[in-house]
Design a protein around this ligand. Structure first.
Ligand code: SF4
Length: 204
């Protein structure tokens, strides 16, 4: 059995395990900040996450089944969340003419206001990132994208809309350049997207 990243005898001698432990601390910071923001608005963290997602994504993604995959939850759990948000008058449901069983979830004016406010919950996390040297930001972004791609490919997290998992993405080992076949242009490392509206899922 391999040694745990959280075994301090091992961790203190391993750069890789210290990075894992650091990511865990940052994940904890996200949970704490999201929880604080949720409490202030009498909402649960998942309700806030759904509101923020609805605020910044297109209609075809604002459906129960997509949200369930996005948040790695069952459709029943997401349906309950949507029901509660409806009771709080933060969302409405728009039935589609061609498919009356499915509906698009829309934010109300109040829902948009709360989504805008709560979406600032990460402002403490961006501060130290802002002050990094541009080269360090680029390395950090590329490293994180590679970690996320691995987690996606190994099935730990589901939906991803990043360049590295997109059918339009190309990378040349020879020139070390990233390329988008949709935009038909090279992408600088800092142009690589983590959540692209035009992302096309790669087919196996
Ligand atoms: S379509 Fe979007 S996600 Fe896909 S490669 Fe181009 S910029 Fe990246």
């Amino acid at each position: 059995m391999s040694t745990s990243d959280f075994n301090l005898n091992h961790q203190n001698k391993s750069t890789e395990s210290k990075i894992v432990a650091s990511l865990e601390r940052i994940a904890q910071a996200f949970r704490v900040l999201l929880w604080q923001e949720s409490k202030e608005n009498s909402l649960t963290p998942i309700q806030v996450q759904v509101l923020i997602f609805l605020r910044f994504h297109s209609d075809e993604k604002c459906k129960v089944s997509y949200l369930a995959s996005e948040f790695n939850m069952t459709k029943a759990t997401i349906s309950d969340t949507i029901k509660t948000l409806g009771q709080k008058q933060l969302i409405t449901k728009e039935t589609q003419q061609h498919d009356t069983r499915s509906y698009i979830i829309k934010l109300t004016k109040k829902g948009k206001e709360i989504a805008d406010k709560t979406s600032m919950f990460s402002k403490e996390i961006i501060k130290p990132i802002d002050s990094l040297h541009p080269d360090d930001k680029e390395h950090l972004l590329l490293s994180l994208l590679n970690i996320i791609r691995h987690l996606n490919q190994s099935g730990v997290i589901t939906i991803q809309r990043m360049c590295l998992t997109c059918s339009y993405y190309d990378y040349s080992n020879k020139t070390k350049k990233h390329f988008c076949k949709l935009l038909n242009q090279d992408l600088q490392p800092t142009d690589l997207r983590i959540d692209c509206p035009e992302h096309l899922i790669q087919q196996d």
